[in-house]
Structures are given as structure tokens and as C-alpha cells.
Design a protein around this ligand. Structure first.
Ligand SMILES: Nc1ncnc2c1ncn2[C@@H]1O[C@H](COP(=O)(O)OP(=O)(O)OP(=O)(O)O)[C@@H](O)[C@H]1O
Length: 333
């Protein structure tokens, strides 16, 4: 049934990062979801970390693309090429594995189909999808099969997926297109409007990671940061000192949006599951889980304890990989 030596693999095909989990080995690859192409010939010049370093720095004949947007495929051919490259790098050679790929909860059938087809074009013998928050919950070690409710919030680059899970299934969920990328955009807009400074997306992300806090109170205690960009008025390079409180203000709308999605999901749950969530807390996964004070702010707003998963960036990939155990059952459907 399987090719000689072919292994099943799980892929966390993320807006910001793609991770590949090989059965029996664990995570073997983690790279930014970026592809650099020649604009005239369409030839691929670099994929992953090397392509990411080119964002905002490419000459006219090269473009660095992020083919995933808001958790779904925005550029089909480039996504398939990127997957092919990552699968080849992870498996080394010409194998045709069965592939499990995660998708945000609430994507359309067309969006799901596009992911399956792209994996097949990239060389998968067949491909299956798993919902991201379910994979995140498995990867975070939550008791997903037990008759007890768990709540997971996966904050990635493109989407925040909120779900309550019990007895091996999602009970209620929300997926909003508000996560790390929207925070970066909000920071870029704020600095343009308040400092007349144009900054690149890598700089905005650096600012978020270094001095971004979900809590204005905490931001008051943090140092500012020296930021370089281009002056909007003179067009010349400029350096400014940005305060952490400014960044907290800039991010506030996105943070509020994430909290609203969590509250709405909690409001939809049965009293039993709500009680379980109060007992066990909410678990945060995804890169956004590492945003300073986000756990505390969510806990203050929901009155529920909040925990950050161990290795939050890896949870979805680990859960997707673990779910490969069910691939035989999925093949029958
Ligand atoms: N220390 C940090 N503080 C705040 N945000 C962070 C930190 N580290 C990474 N991030 C953000 O996490 C996001 C990437 O997370 P992750 O890799 O989980 O997303 P993804 O799986 O690619 O996206 P999606 O699930 O939406 O498709 C980026 O927006 C990145 O800027």
C-alpha cells in the first residue's frame, strides 16, 4: 500500500510558518511560508528562511511572496511549489507520502479542496485535512478524547482559531482573520500616522515581538525602541524612538477582537463545558500566544485561568502529526 520507505507526514501550512512532521521522527522542518520568484520568468529563486530575508529588499526582477493569506491559499501555484520544496527537503528524495494538512476551522469546501489539491500537486499520494484548533489541542496535550470540555485558542499569523473540544470533536468554534499579521499592520499604520514614518513588515513584527504588550499597564513599564524607516514627508531615511504604550494602543483593536471571539465561543458552550473550562482553563497556542501579557488580559476579561502551551509554535504541527494515526480510518471515507 505504501511506497518503499514512504512515511506519512503532517503539515502545518501556516500563513507565517510551515512546519513538517514526519511520522516516527517528529518535526523535521520549520520555515517561513515565503517564496521568492523571478517576476519575468516565474522561476523560483528561494523558499523559506532565505526568501523571507528578501522581503522588502528585492530588486525589480524579484518578488518575495507569502502565498498564504488569512490562513488560506491566496496564490495556488506558489503554495504548491512551496509545499513541493518543503516536502522534498523533509523527506529527502522522491517519495509520495500520505499527507495530513491543517486548515483553520470554518474554511469553505473550496478552500479545503485547494489545500488537498496543492498537496497532491506537490507530490502527496493523497491528502487529508484536520481543523487547526483540534490539532492545536492535541499538540498542547489536552485530553481531547475525554468527556470533559477543553478550550484552545490558536493565534497564528493569519487567523485566530477558538474552539471548545470534548469527546474527540469540536463542540463550538470561531475563526477570525485577526492575528499576528493584523497586529503588524496596525503597528505600521500607527507609526505612519503618528510619526510620519514608513516601516517594512519585518520591522513591524520586530517591534511587536520586542515591545508589544496586550496590556497598557505593562506597556507603561517597558522601554521604548529605536525604529528606522523612511520619512513620509522628506522621503529620506529616519530614526525615531517609539514608546511601548504607543504600540499597546496600536494593537488594542486586534487584541479586543481576539477577546470578543473567545467570549462569544464561551457564550455558546453548554453549562457543563463552561464549568470544565473554568476548572481546566483556556490554553493558548500559536506564535501569537507569546505576545506579552495576552494571557493575563484574556484571563482578566473572561475570569477564566489562561495558560500558554509549551512550545506554542509547534502545537499545530505536533497535533497534525499525531493525528496521522487516524489516517487509515480517514482513507475509508
Ligand atoms: N514572541 C512573540 N510575540 C508576539 N508574536 C509572536 C512572537 N513570536 C512569533 N509571533 C507571531 O506569531 C505569528 C506566527 O505564528 P504561527 O507560526 O503559529 O502562525 P501560522 O501557523 O503560520 O499562521 P496561521 O495559523 O494563521 O496560518 C506571527 O504573526 C509572528 O509575528
Amino acid at each position: 500500500m505504501f511506497g518503499l520507505g514512504a512515511k506519512n507526514i503532517g503539515i502545518d501550512l501556516g500563513t507565517a510558518n510551515t512546519l513538517v512532521y514526519v511520522e516516527g521522527k517528529g518535526i523535521v522542518l520549520s520555515e517561513p511560508s515565503v517564496v521568492a520568484k523571478n517576476t519575468q520568468s516565474g522561476e523560483i529563486i528561494a523558499v523559506g528562511a532565505e526568501a523571507r530575508d528578501m522581503i522588502g529588499r528585492t530588486p525589480v526582477n524579484i518578488t518575495a511572496i507569502r502565498p498564504m493569506k488569512d490562513g488560506v491559499i491566496a496564490d495556488y501555484d506558489t503554495t504548491a511549489a512551496m509545499l513541493k520544496y518543503f516536502m522534498g527537503k523533509a523527506l529527502g528524495g522522491n517519495s509520495h507520502p500520505y499527507v495530513m494538512v491543517c486548515v483553520p476551522s470554518g474554511v469553505t469546501e473550496v478552500e479545503k479542496r485547494a489545500v488537498i489539491d496543492a498537496a497532491k500537486v506537490a507530490g502527496a499520494r493523497d491528502a487529508y485535512v484536520i481543523e487547526e484548533p483540534y490539532a492545536a489541542a492535541i499538540g498542547a496535550g489536552l485530553p481531547v478524547m475525554d468527556p470533559t470540555g477543553s478550550m484552545v485558542v490558536d493565534i497564528g499569523g493569519g487567523t485566530t482559531d477558538v474552539a471548545t473540544i470534548s469527546l474527540g470533536g469540536i463542540v463550538s468554534s470561531r475563526s477570525i482573520r485577526m492575528a499576528g499579521d493584523k497586529i503588524d499592520e496596525a503597528i505600521t499604520t500607527y507609526i505612519r500616522q503618528h510619526y510620519n514614518l514608513l516601516i517594512g513588515e519585518r520591522t513591524a513584527e520586530d517591534i511587536k515581538i520586542q515591545i508589544g504588550s496586550a496590556s497598557l499597564e505593562e506597556a507603561k513599564t517597558l522601554d521604548g525602541m529605536t525604529v528606522r524607516g523612511r520619512d513620509l514627508l522628506s522621503g529620506l531615511p529616519k530614526t525615531v524612538e517609539i514608546k511601548a504604550t504607543d504600540i499597546a494602543h496600536a494593537m488594542n483593536e486586534v487584541v479586543t477582537g481576539i477577546i470578543e471571539a473567545i467570549k462569544e465561543t464561551l457564550e455558546e458552550t453548554s453549562p457543563e463545558i463552561a464549568a470544565d473550562v473554568i476548572d481546566h482553563g483556556i490554553v493558548l497556542t500559536g506564535g501569537g500566544a507569546m505576545l506579552k501579557s495576552l494571557d493575563k488580559v484574556i484571563s482578566d476579561e473572561t475570569k477564566v485561568p489562561v495558560f500558554i502551551a509549551q512550545d506554542p509554535l509547534d502545537c499545530v504541527a505536533v497535533g497534525t502529526g499525531e493525528s496521522l494515526k487516524n489516517i487509515e480510518a480517514m482513507k475509508k471515507h
